[in-house]
Design a protein around this ligand. Sequence first.
Ligand SMILES: *Cc1c(COP(=O)(O)O)cnc(C)c1O
Length: 370
Amino acid sequence: MNGIIPVSEPLFGKEEEENVIDCIRTGWISSEGRYVEEFERLCAQSCSMKHGIAVSGGTSALQVAVQCLPFQRGDEIILPSFTIISCATAIVEAGAVPVLVDCDSDTWTMDVAAIESKITSKTRAIMAVHIYGHPVDMDAVLSLADKYGLFVIEDAAEAHGAEYKGRKCGGMSDISILSFYANKLITTGEGGMVLTNNDDFAERARSLRNLCFRPEKRFYHTEIGHNYRLTNVQAAIGVAQLHKLDNFIVRKREMAKLYNQELTGLPLQFPIEKEWAKNIYWMYGIVLNDSVEEDPVQVMSLLKKEGIQSRPFFWPLHEQPVFNKMGLFNSESYPVSEKIARRGFYLPSGQAITDEQIQKVACELKKILN
Ligand SMILES: *Cc1c(COP(=O)(O)O)cnc(C)c1O
């Protein structure tokens, strides 16, 4: 992409190429094949979980994860308002009710102090979403889950390799998910993973992913499933990508450090790293201080004129017309989510970006904000 600095560009090498060619030469291009199994094993290992179940995307992984949990129609799952819509749609589609909390103003992950007051007799689970590479304060979530007998689902789509007190994101809960969309830490183009230590959940996830075929009697179904299978070709790319995860994380952290240095002094809130966290800075997100006259839409369009792509933050779930029309979240307010959604955006931070490009982005942003 000549002259343009994309918001995110993946980085592939020889191994990805060779693996894909191997699939084509051997004819193993569907969801059967050795790369799928290897990818599942390596992914589970990377998050210290026992089972990995590869699926077609992070959104489908969330659907499968929620459907693995035993709950009844109308049961409630608590999640942050500041996240991607997939988290809430997975809950709604499974017949459960999403219940929101605000996010923390420093880390932008769920405000764990707000969870307990949302727990009712119908609450079954807490969905913790690690945001932009920074982990949720999991001890608080896990102790509430323990106290009230709740399941914990972790969405680690943006935090593959991030750590909480030395524990891996995606490895601290009953069931967790990863995404391998093109802008995620490692990518298979589209793809996702369900992770769990629970043998029953793993078996159920495998079944849900594959139309709920029954091993003992094929084409005979007792439940509704999905075709959420990942192909061997995608997994072949994933295996190669996963070999680079540690290096990718080192680079992401370097990139964040460089942005931090270059942008010092600007009227912005920067991404942080709590003393208990290892942030992998999936995307380098910033929030404009109130003193800045422009809003992100204006800043992003000025950056675009210079060939620099950027993206706004998530729009909060409680302000999504699709849910409001369903009667959800109508009079609710989550001020931190509302504020950062209106003032936040993220800068180019894909794996392929160079230091020179980061410097150019910082330089243009300085011109705009000064
Ligand atoms: C990207 C993402 C997803 C969805 O993943 P897809 O593979 O795009 O379906 C889910 N949760 C979070 C937090 C994400 O960032």
